[in-house]
Write a protein that binds this ligand. Sequence first.
Ligand code: ACO
Length: 252
Amino acid sequence: MRPSPRPIICYRPLRPSDLEILEKIHGDLFPIRYESEFFKNVVNGCDIVSWAAVDRSQPSDQGDELVGFVTARVVLAKESEIGDMLSYDSSRSDQTLVYILTLGVVETYRNLGIASSLIREVIKYASSIPTCRAAYLHVISYNNPAIRLYSKMSFKCVRRLQGFYLINGQHYDSYLFIYYVNGCRPPCSPLELVTAVLRYMRNAFKSMSARLRRNEDRKVLKWAKCREARSLISTNQSRRNMAAECTGCECV
Ligand code: ACO
């Protein structure tokens, strides 16, 4: 499909009328074949959430035609492979994650920011679920455009999984990308913990010595003022003594 000179891209959930084109685009974009059950579940919203990017500037017979999509599923953190990557207690039964299953944009509509917008929708969705701790996904290790896209969207690449994909009898590695939401962070490693303690101690020492220095400065200032006052008194005194000597009177 050719984009119009001024595409009008809108976002909405995938729906049953998208079934055929969704299956075709997946077939064109991905080296992995998905079962038709998967597409039915996507367009019917069974256990899968989705967003479609459609071009509304197309002539009416093609109007609202699918040009991009993202599909995702909410999973329990304790059943996922990234439980150890969360600062929260992932064994708590209510903790969830959003797993991005597929993302794609038809070739003629690429580099218009459509995939970025679809990812933003997923992040917004994940953030709106109070129990959700992160959105995550796998990407095949040679897919540079997708790797660049996720890095640009501030996803963190946390693992390389050897031979994760089996495509036409050949194994390929995958990268695991995570985007933390709702205040979740990666857990602290022992080294990070030691570094944090040392940083805390250094800052405490710095502020203590600054306080001591301030006190010391104040004392010096007081002492200087005292000395100044004393010398002023003695100067006045000697002046008076001199005057007394001259006049023959004694001043106290
Ligand atoms: N080469 C290098 N980087 C690219 C390219 C490219 N050809 N295309 C997009 N990017 C990166 C860039 O960092 C770009 O940022 P920039 O605009 O500052 O240069 C960023 O992606 C954002 O680009 P978008 O326009 O938002 O992305 P686009 O709509 O073009 O879609 C996508 C990118 C989804 C990767 C598209 O190329 C595609 O559909 N590829 C085939 C399917 C695929 O690989 N899907 C992802 C698999 S992983 C998964 O599904 C979980």
